[in-house]
Ligand binder design. Structure first.
Ligand code: DAH
Length: 344
């Protein structure tokens, strides 16, 4: 029995030592060793169980030896368990190491393009006045872009110099005004809409011209709408956009689809009318075209000009944006250079 116990001690030591080779699942292997030697059905327990067969002299000696072997094996297992835990912790720490001195990953927040920002602001002002926002196609029928706006076939605006033709009947819209026609054909008065969007003209690119630019169209049709309503609406708009001191003036002009027509100037926001670089010494800056919707246009859309009247306006957006952000070259808005765009 003594030999048996000594053999058990040796085997346990060997098996525990062999665990060191086992890189993975050492903790599980150690537990298996513990069960094998110390468990209820383990080697040492079975020796202790056989003690009844021993003589009275042998029993305490063997009993002591068995306890010694058991406690030795227990200690060895505990020690190994700690070693395994420490090694695992160390491995984890090394694997999950974070270098706090590394530069962080930072993602830059995007923002709206300056043209979109101003366009949204302008649209909001009209929404506040009860206008609806409508959209129209950028690829448009000649019929809507010109014909129904009372721009006849021989008008210079229809020259291929100015207009991108897709085919004989289809163009890239040169203005947002065709949206007026589309709305008047589909809706009955009262009508109060604005329509912002892109327009196209075959212009050479320079600091103030681009073949693609933005406009916002406005249209009001109802009974008893007059030029005073037009002026009041635009004045209010100008004050909302440029501040309470903003002033506008109407100059007689000609558009085929309005009668009478006017060009609207804004008193220069930079010099207050004295004349400066921004207004080219004029004191005033032209901001939009407007007028009372031509009876022919109303009639063409099925609206009786004897009963209804309306005003319309169309403004270029880029000039407003350039003024707002003191940008003097239009091309910057379309080059998508983030160093430029980040500034707004
Ligand atoms: N569509 C004109 C242009 O592009 C601007 C304009 C003038 C629009 C008078 C209108 C208007 O609605 O009534 O130059």
């Amino acid at each position: 029995m003594r030999e048996k116990l000594e053999q058990i001690g040796r085997m346990a030591r060997e098996e525990i030592a062999a665990l060191a080779q086992n890189k993975e699942s050492r903790a599980e292997a150690l537990e298996a060793v513990r069960v094998k030697f110390l468990g209820k059905k383990g080697e040492i327990t079975s020796v202790l169980r056989g003690m009844g067969a021993l003589s009275a002299e042998e029993r305490p000696v063997i009993g002591q030896l068995a306890n010694e072997v058991r406690s030795e094996v227990e200690k060895l297992i505990d020690k190994t368990k700690k070693e395994i835990e420490n090694a695992e912790l160390e491995y984890k720490l090394r694997a999950e190491e974070i270098d706090v001195t590394m530069p962080g990953k930072h993602s830059e927040a995007g923002r709206l393009h300056p043209i979109t920002q101003v366009l949204n602001e302008m649209t909001d002002i009209f929404v506040g006045l009860g206008f609806q926002v409508v959209d129209g196609p950028e690829v448009e029928y000649d019929l809507y872009n010109f014909e129904k706006l009372n721009i006849p076939k021989n008008h210079p605006a229809r020259d291929t110099q100015d207009t991108f033709y897709i085919n004989e009947n289809i163009v890239l819209r040169t203005q947002t005004s065709p949206v007026q026609v589309r709305v008047m054909e589909k809706t009955r008065p009262p009508i109060r809409i604005v329509s912002p969007g892109r327009v196209y003209r075959s212009d050479a690119v320079d600091a103030t011209h681009s073949p693609l630019f933005h406009q916002m169209e406005g249209l009001v049709v109802d009974k008893g709408v007059t030029m005073t309503d037009l002026k009041g609406t635009l004045e209010l708009f100008a004050k909302k956009l440029y501040g309470e001191n903003a002033r506008i003036k109407l100059r007689p002009h000609h558009f085929n689809f309005t009668e009478p027509s006017a060009e609207v100037d804004l008193c220069c926001f930079n010099c207050g009318g004295k004349g400066c670089r921004i207004c080219k010494g004029e004191g005033w800056i032209e901001i939009l075209g407007a007028g009372m919707v031509h009876p022919k246009v109303l009639k063409g859309c099925g609206i009786d000009p004897e009963v209804y009247s309306g005003f319309a306006f169309g403004m270029g957006i880029e000039r407003v944006v350039m003024g707002r952000f003191s940008v003097n070259d239009l091309r910057l808005f379309y080059e998508n250079d983030v160093r430029f765009l980040k500034q707004f």
